[in-house]
Design a protein around this ligand. Structure first.
Ligand code: PA5
Length: 437
């Protein structure tokens, strides 16, 4: 179960008719970006046929690999990593298939060290790109492909490569068809950042040994809950909370977890809200922290810095393990007052203390309490945030399903690299760069 708790009291400042309108726009699929609402139906995008095929391919790859490289960026990467890091053991068995990532940056050192590591292990590659032309992913895949073919030969390499891409267009689709790579389709009606419950997320997650059926069941259950409760649902309240505060001049939301394994879930959430809302000069900037770690760094700012933020706590009620503070005869570290108490109790008191301290510091906040971290609850949370994001974007008055701004850096990069078709304006860019020296 996921429960929303108001920590600082909340007075909804958005008229019910306005919320009702955004709700209708979403469900009736007649608003901006409505071609990209396939994620509203997890039971369709993750049908039985897709789940079985994903599991079959994951089993095959696992049998032949000590490591699987997942190559993708943004929406073609973060959802999988969010779920995998939240659920896989933090100190995995050395015989478990290791998932590593590529294609999500352009670090030469990382890629060189990764290839050196792959010399010594049996591996497979899952390359994920809807467009099939994203530079970071395509460059990494070219390196991986060459390495894999040199290591295993062209034919065996082909059986170690799986693509997730568009159903008919793009360079990756063409390569998959030409070389007979197993491939999965990223449906047209699902954008990258909403794609975790398609093979984009499901295949890497299944490779990590996580139960993808439970993940999807959680999402389907959250959809049912939202449909049944309508505007009274907590996802709607969350969307209203952030829009009410945005209208009062609060321009940042900090998602704060008390579990380090949720770090990449926060990264996924940052992309979801950042790309969906940050346009036309609008939007709440999504930031994230992992406490208690960040209470020793950003905690100062949260308590006393510029009052521009609201805070959403993610709190997991039940850990999966038990670990208690041991006794020490001479109490030299002065911790015997905690002797015999669970670490989780200390974490809980840190959480409660933080909520109260930040309330005193003037930060409006709410908490999403998650019963436990498992595939089902994460599936619920994914759908909760996706739905709230679509609704929140419509309340903000933007198209929550496009990302026109991400093209600007690419255009400059292509011009500077001399890509065909991007010649115009090269001199102007070069002179702007040299003027900065
Ligand atoms: O959410 C998005 O649309 C983006 O983050 C894309 O997923 C990301 O840029 C990767 O694109 P592609 O899958 O085409 O390689």
């Amino acid at each position: 179960m996921i429960t929303l708790k108001w920590n600082t009291g909340f007075q909804n400042g958005i008229a019910e008719e306005e919320i009702q309108r955004s709700w209708q726009t979403l469900w009736q699929r007649n608003g901006a970006g409505s071609d990209f609402l396939g994620w509203l139906d997890p039971e369709v995008i993750a049908s039985e046929a897709i789940l079985s095929e994903v599991e079959k391919v994951a089993d095959r790859l696992k049998k032949q690999s000590q490591c699987v490289v997942v190559a993708g960026i943004g929406g073609s990467y973060l959802g999988a990593r969010a779920i995998i890091e939240a659920l896989q053991p933090m100190f995995p068995d050395e015989n478990a298939v290791r998932i590593i990532y590529a294609g999500n940056h352009l670090s030469e050192d990382y890629l060189a060290e990764m290839l050196a590591y792959l010399d010594g292990v049996d591996y497979s590659i899952v390359v994920i790109s809807k467009s099939g032309t994203t530079t970071e992913t395509a460059v990494s895949f070219r390196l991986l492909l060459q390495h894999c073919q040199q290591k295993y030969g062209v034919e065996q390499a082909s059986s170690r490569i799986v693509c997730v891409t568009d159903k008919c267009k793009g360079a990756l689709k063409k390569m998959a068809d030409q070389n007979g790579y197993t491939s999965f389709v990223l449906p047209d009606e699902v954008g990258g950042r909403y794609s975790v419950l398609t093979p984009v997320g499901l295949l890497p997650i299944a490779l990590a040994g996580i139960n993808i059926r439970e993940l999807v069941r959680g999402a389907v259950e959250m959809k049912r809950e939202i449909r049944e409760m309508g505007l009274a649902h907590q996802a709607v309240q969350y969307a209203a909370f952030r829009n009410t505060l945005w209208r009062k001049g609060i321009t940042m939301e900090v998602l704060a977890a008390f579990e380090p394994r949720l770090q990449y879930f926060i990264e996924w959430w940052k992309q979801l809200y950042g790309e969906s809302e940050g346009k036309e000069g609008k939007g709440v900037f999504p930031a994230g922290v992992v406490y208690t770690t960040d209470l020793h760094s950003l905690g100062q700012f949260m308590q006393e810095g510029n009052r521009i933020m609201m805070e959403t706590f993610l709190y997991v009620q039940n850990p999966s393990h038990t670990c208690k503070v041991p006794a020490m005869e001479d109490d030299s570290d002065q911790l015997n007052y905690l002797q015999g108490r669970r670490i989780n109790e200390i974490n809980q008191k840190a959480y409660q203390g933080t909520v109260l301290a930040h309330e005193d510091g003037g930060v409006p906040s709410l908490t999403l309490e998650i019963e436990r971290l498992d595939a089902f609850h994460l599936g619920q949370l994914v759908y909760f945030f996706e739905f709230a994001c679509g609704l929140s974007g419509y309340l903000l008055g933007v198209n929550p399903f496009n990302q026109p701004g991400v093209e600007a850096y690419k255009k400059n990069m292509f011009t500077l690299l001399g890509k065909k078709g991007y010649e115009t304006g090269r001199d102007a860019l070069l002179s702007r760069i040299s003027s900065k020296k």
